[in-house]
Design a protein around this ligand. Structure first.
Ligand code: AMP
Ligand code: MG
Length: 471
């Protein structure tokens, strides 16, 4: 029988921070994918249980779970909404994993909660499979991220523009505490719950932090590293609202996310991001804005508000340099440099400019540099030969550059047109593309001839212009 070693702590926090809510049962739970490795890491046993799908579709509550929906707020595209919260998800509970880390287990798409507002509380198959594939690919790429434990069909239709198959994703996270969770209690001037949340989040993620300023600094450092890591892989999150920004520093809430094919710094995929607020290159600015929102919410936790504002402002103002340093380290390594200096930034931006001007494929360009197998359109660019000579000269004193490059420049990323193709097939009941994509992306730095087709950029007619919110 399925056994999950729950050790719940959020359920012990003050009542105003969440609502107890069971997942809503579904018609015919059917398991699409179950992550055995992750289950083992979490200490979950009995996964051969014939009723496994029922638990992960929300039709049965596992022993020891204390399902709840968390309250949070958030700035959505810059406007503050105090009343968000888990409107289509429930936290089943937490486990202490094999490494001693506390992890949340959440069902997403599990039905209505007190925070659903006008929503149906459900998810359709497409975004569930997208999140499964992309979050697991991010993990394999070495990026801090929430994980996917299971994906289950519900057997019930979900009505969007048309009727679509419903599904539930089981998500595992270091926690689901967001910038917006702090904002919720700050906006309500509920200092007791703000303090309770702070103590909980600090003990869980940054136990060395002595006060709110230290805590803020830890989150700033984690987010600066995360966003630079995203950018080094051509990843666009798509909805960096403050409610989609995790305190832990994990990537969370994969909605209209996508990886760049051809390099374009201004690229936007989200169909609702009309002004490019969350464009590829804007991510480095918007994360600073998000951290400023967290800083505001932490002010009441400091003994002197005026001194806190001054201190926090200095911390926020120092963040762009931190992002820049992370960016330099990541992109420097992609060019083979062990310890890139600020002077090396030009080498990186010159290459990116050439790539931008011909739309060279981001992933294949960087990977191709070690094999001298770069896209022909880039090779044909005026200035490329000079750039290449300057790069070669800079590499003279570097040891192990090819190894460093092969460990930081993936062969495989989850390309958007492949994800769309996989979702179409799965919507018609065929999960083979899902399983193939998932298997390929387990080793994104290995050049496996079996998956050579997945390294190809989209043909013009295959290009996906927009991705849509998971709703
Ligand atoms: P997201 O855009 O997924 O980050 O969600 C933003 C907010 O909308 C969160 O409070 C979600 O819980 C809520 N939400 C999104 N989709 C639904 C849905 N289908 N039913 C209820 N609430 C939803
Ligand atoms: Mg969200």
């Amino acid at each position: 029988m399925l056994s999950i070693p729950f050790d719940n702590s959020y359920a012990r926090l003050p009542k105003g921070m969440f609502a107890r809510q069971n997942p809503v049962p579904v018609s015919t739970p059917d398991m699409i994918a179950f992550n055995d490795d992750l289950a083992a890491e979490l200490g979950i046993t009995g996964t051969d249980d014939p009723k496994l799908a029922l638990y992960f579709a929300g039709s049965r509550v596992p022993e020891g779970a204390e399902p709840l929906a968390q309250l949070y707020s958030g700035h959505q595209f810059g406007s503050f909404n105090p009343n968000l919260g888990d409107g289509r998800a429930v936290l089943l509970g937490e486990v202490i994993d094999q490494n001693g880390q506390r992890r949340d287990i959440q069902l997403k798409g599990s039905g209505q909660t007190p925070f659903s507002r006008r929503g149906d509380g459900r998810a359709w198959l497409g975004p569930v499979l997208r999140e499964y594939i992309v979050s697991e690919a991010m993990f394999a790429l070495g990026v801090p991220t929430t994980r996917a434990l299971a994906a289950t069909r519900t057997g019930d239709p979900v009505f969007r523009e048309t009727a679509l198959p419903g599904a539930v994703l089981t998500r595992v996270a270091a926690s689901h505490i967001r910038v917006g969770t702090f904002q919720a209690f700050y906006a309500r001037n509920d200092i007791d719950n703000l303090s309770a949340l702070f103590d909980h989040a600090r003990d869980r993620h940054y136990p060395q932090a002595r006060d709110a300023s230290d805590f803020l600094q830890s989150v700033i450092e984690a987010q600066a590293a995360l966003v630079a890591h995203w950018m080094s892989l051509g990843f666009i999150h798509g909805v960096m609202n403050t409610d989609n920004c995790a305190i832990s520093g994990e990537t969370i809430d994969y909605g209209p996310c996508a990886f760049l094919d051809g390099f374009d710094a201004g690229k936007v995929f989200s169909s609702i991001d009309h002004r490019g607020r969350y464009a590829y290159v804007a991510q480095a600015d918007i994360i600073v804005w998000n951290m400023a929102q967290l800083a505001s919410a932490l002010v009441p936790l400091m003994p002197n508000a005026e001194a806190a504002v001054e201190q926090f402002t200095a911390q926020i103002h120092a963040m762009p340099a931190l992002i820049r340093a992370n960016w330099l380290g990541r992109f420097g390594a992609k060019l083979g440099l062990a310890a890139p200096a600020p002077d090396d930034a030009d080498l990186i931006t010159d290459l990116l400019t050439l790539m931008q001007n011909c739309g060279a494929d981001f992933t294949n360009t960087f990977r191709g540099l070690t094999q001298d197998d770069i896209p022909t359109e880039l090779r044909a660019m005026e200035g490329y030969a000079d750039w290449h000579a300057a790069w070669q000269e800079r590499l003279q004193d570097e040891q192990d550059a090819p190894q460093r490059m092969d460990a930081t420049n993936p062969v495989l990323i989850p390309r958007n047109h492949r994800i769309e193709e996989m979702i179409s097939a799965a919507t018609n009941g065929d999960d083979t593309l899902f399983h193939r994509l998932h298997r390929a992306l387990k080793s994104p730095f290995a050049a496996d001839p079996e998956f050579a087709d997945l390294t190809q950029p989209p043909a013009p007619e295959e290009e996906v212009e927009a991705t849509f919110c998971g709703t």
